[in-house]
Write a protein that binds this ligand. Sequence first.
Ligand code: NAD
Length: 480
Amino acid sequence: MPHEDILDIDTIYIDGRFVTPHGTELFDLHNPATGAVTGRVRLADEEDARAAIAAAKRAFPAFSRTDKAGRIAMLQRMADAVAERRGDLLDAIIDEYGAPVSRAAFMADHPVNVLREAADLLADYPFVRRMGTAEVSMEPLGVAGLITPWNSDAGFICGKLATAIAAGCTAVIKPSEMSARQTRIVTEALHAAGLAPGLFNIVTGRGDRVGAAISSHADVAKISFTGSTATGKAILRAAVDTLKRVTLELGGKSPTVILDDADLSRAIPLAVSAAFMNSGQACIAGTRLLAPRSRLAEIESLAKAAVETVRAGDPRDPETTVGPMVSRTQWERVQRYIRIGMEEGAVLLAGGEGRPEGQSVGGWFVRPTLFTAVRNDMTIAREEIFGPVLSIIPYGDEEEAVAIANDTIYGLQAYVLSGDTARARRVADRIVAGRVLINSLAHDPKAPFGGFKQSGIGREYGSFGLDAFLEPKTLLGEGV
Ligand code: NAD
């Protein structure tokens, strides 16, 4: 690629201005569909993190006193500004992240939607409540550190920032270094919304430097993190000395339980979509398909046929549903898990190691993969792969299905597929997960999102999400 096509991102956003970072490390950005270097980002360091935190701290006193109407207007301006850049964002999501165009359209709209939803939520949120003889007011926590992953960059930045703003908190955002182009577009859009300087600051840098500096800084009151469980634990440890409030949205190993009365013509496509959504790079992916032994042969053959028709490849092809993995590391990780699955005795029904036929060797393409005869104690059933690899785990009766579903360190999401909704509901009630979807891939932004067990701490979205940026303060006595 000629040099002039390389995008250089050499500023970060602090105190309402694009500034040159103190950090000097350059990090290459790639197009995952070709492997080519498409840009270079100059990364922030700890000193930049401290400058961003100081700006957010200065902005907090005035911002925390703004009223609902003012903040609703800000959120609407931010939503309008991000909507203005939809075209640029869509291109960046495809070219930098590798999302197939079908998925990328949703991902380009999502940040706008979460900003608008926060405005709606704020309109109805009771900041002051009467409890017994007391008046309880929900007070913003202070400076919030928002740390986000690469698998939905703009959505996570805007979702977390929207909630912080709704609550009256100022923010320092640390996005993934691999998403710098998407982050740049969102930053420019949010800048154009004309918020007060310091209200939000965006410092792209390495997790173990900028992320760690934010998670341990005394002037940060709250951390909202989405990412891997390992990093979540590191953040929780770093946050303990200053007793930060911490929300963690982490990994998953979600079960899709097909009951023996399910209509398989509906259940199998749904199970395959649940597994391969966002090219399999989704924390909520249904990666363990629990199949009743009485219908195992049927499920295996239908699932194999369905997985074989999943189009993996060029993200710009509208037929593609599985794009390239975001990075070489992620590609190698998926290959490694496929190898481990074979070594541990799982039976390969579709896909496997290597690239799909006809795909360029430069791109980080993987083959949508289906294993059967998987036991729940195998590595591929226990660890999050974060790629399009689905494991069929046979079970005997409903009791065993529930036991297997819950036999995981995770508890983010689950799917129950059945012809009898009352029965599905009974099974759903017994599954330990933050969300259980019955015969559906539905989402509701007003409902809380987050995990049980090692899938996280706390909830995002809706009033639970807003509560997490606030602290109740009780007033008692005369004049209350
Ligand atoms: P990651 O944990 O490696 O990184 C996430 C973010 O944390 C990045 O910005 C990274 O730079 C930063 N980070 C890394 N080390 C840090 C440290 N020591 N201190 C502070 N910050 C640090 O995750 P990833 O690879 O970017 O994303 C994939 C993971 O995210 C998967 O495990 C997936 O399940 C999870 N995820 C969870 C949800 C959810 O809502 N539960 C949603 C999407 C992704």
